[in-house]
Design a protein around this ligand. Structure first.
Ligand SMILES: Nc1ncnc2c1ncn2[C@@H]1O[C@H](COP(=O)(O)OP(=O)(O)OP(=O)(O)O)[C@@H](O)[C@H]1O
Length: 421
């Protein structure tokens, strides 16, 4: 039985649809004892205190029934996972009320600063949660028959949260994996560009109005024969035809009342899929760095992982960062207790500095690095570089830009102005 404050009960199948951009505190419990009763009052108090901007959420997950939570099984104390933006950032073991309360207060404060535009999210992309729950995904791609297609969940359907999750569930049940995803509000210009072949159709003004009316969820889906399979699931092209000819098709089932435009898109052919994926997920560059201690000990193993993950190494050099460079790199951490140690550690020998190129490179490199703290990495992303090669939270093997803007700045700072197109 769940208490009022647990809005999400996570099961394996639901794990990948945790809402993004929330602080989600998950009580990982053992079946025999149930969710932790000792924290209920604390959670209720915090929810009252911080409830107004809808940023703080609580969930429960049963360790015994979820394979990914295996490391937390058979423990006689509860474990609390703190997720921001779909990424686990901290684990607290045991009912340490002051620590839990402090962490939540800090996180809410930070989210409020971000919402007020005073600060940026260090992690932009929601697909980070994928790295946590499906740590192996995207790391080894050996199956050549697997195909990618583009799927869109249009704004009117996306607004209906439950139905959105139901579509995501259906995608998963049909054997697709979400290789990349992002939620964006398309501008008029982007919509016109994407739908330029439809510009002269009578339905175009409604399509334009619909597509720019709110966020669209853009998904790169993979599985064998993905293009045809997704197209078949969607059914006939218009809502009217779908309702008449195939009421079980997704376009019929997920139509939105009074809106004539269907709510789901899929690429028509593999060629179209390639073009559409390139439109929404263009090749990207990120700055990756193998930190000095790891460069000395694990360079070859880490480089192997970079190649296996399909990155192109567009530039590479080995060089010791100067104190100025390290300070610039980590300027956001200035003032934190570990800052001086970090700068010293980063300058104690040569680092391997690379520009990595791939679709969605910034996010994918961060997935491959794994969580900042190797303890968290071992528990949640055992295939990640930090799980395998980091010593501790400071000496954590690798660095990666946290978003595209940082990537551009860092690349320029380390390699000067270069033509990365
Ligand atoms: N609590 C901590 N104690 C010691 N060192 C820390 C701590 N938190 C972060 N660091 C160090 O500072 C670096 C930057 O922290 P940040 O939170 O930006 O992590 P990250 O984005 O995962 O890592 P990076 O910026 O190196 O890619 C970490 O990689 C780590 O070396």
């Amino acid at each position: 039985m769940y208490v009022f404050c647990y809005e999400y009960k996570l099961s394996t199948s639901q794990l990948f649809v945790i809402p993004n951009y929330y602080i989600l505190v998950i009580d990982v419990y053992q079946a025999w004892c149930g969710p932790c009763k000792a924290v209920v009052n604390l959670f209720r108090k915090l929810k009252n205190e911080f409830g107004e901007d809808d940023v703080l959420h609580f969930g429960v997950a049963e360790a015994d029934s979820i394979p990914t939570l295996q490391p937390f099984r058979n423990k006689c104390e509860p474990v609390f996972l703190f997720c921001v933006n779909g990424k686990i950032i901290t684990i607290v073991r045991g009912v340490n009320a002051p620590l839990i309360s402090k962490k939540i207060t800090e996180l809410v404060q930070e989210e409020r600063e971000i919402a007020a535009g005073q600060k940026e999210h260090s992690v932009e992309d929601a697909s980070r949660q994928l790295a946590f729950f499906f740590p192996n995904f995207g790391i080894k791609r050996t199956d050549q028959k697997v195909e990618k297609t583009l799927a869109l969940i249009r704004p009117s359907l996306l607004k209906e949260r439950r139905r959105k999750y139901s579509v995501l569930q259906r995608i998963k049940d049909d054997g697709f994996k979400i290789a990349m995803q992002k939620e964006i509000i398309l501008s008029e210009e982007q919509t016109r560009e994407f739908y330029k072949e439809h510009e002269n159709q009578d339905y175009f003004p409604v399509l334009l109005e619909q597509m720019t009316s709110g966020p669209t969820l853009i998904l790169a889906l993979t599985r064998e024969n993905a293009v045809a399979h997704w197209r078949d699931l969607l059914g006939p092209k218009t809502v009217e035809e779908a309702m008449k000819e195939n009421p079980n098709s997704l376009r019929a089932k997920y139509a939105v009342n009074n809106i004539p435009i269907d709510q789901l898109h899929g690429s028509s052919t593999p060629d179209d899929a390639q073009k559409e994926l390139q439109f929404f997920f263009p090749q990207e560059h990120t700055l990756a760095l193998i930190k000095p201690a790891a460069a000395k000990k694990h360079k070859d193993d880490i480089m192997q992982k970079v190649k296996e993950a399909g990155f192109t190494i567009s530039k590479i050099k080995e060089e010791a960062l100067t104190r100025e460079m390290a300070t610039q790199f980590y300027r956001d951490h200035k003032g934190k207790p570990f800052f001086e140690h970090l700068v010293t550690y980063m300058t104690e020998g040569p680092s391997v500095v690379m520009i990595l190129t791939k679709e969605n490179a910034v996010e994918e490199w961060r997935q491959l690095m794994g969580p900042t703290d190797p303890e968290v990495a071992k528990a949640t992303s055992p295939e990640s570089i930090r799980a395998q090669f980091a010593q501790d939270i400071l000496s954590n093997a690798v660095h990666g830009s946290s978003n595209r803007e940082h990537a551009l700045k860092s690349i320029e700072c380390v390699f000067g102005e270069i033509d990365t197109d």
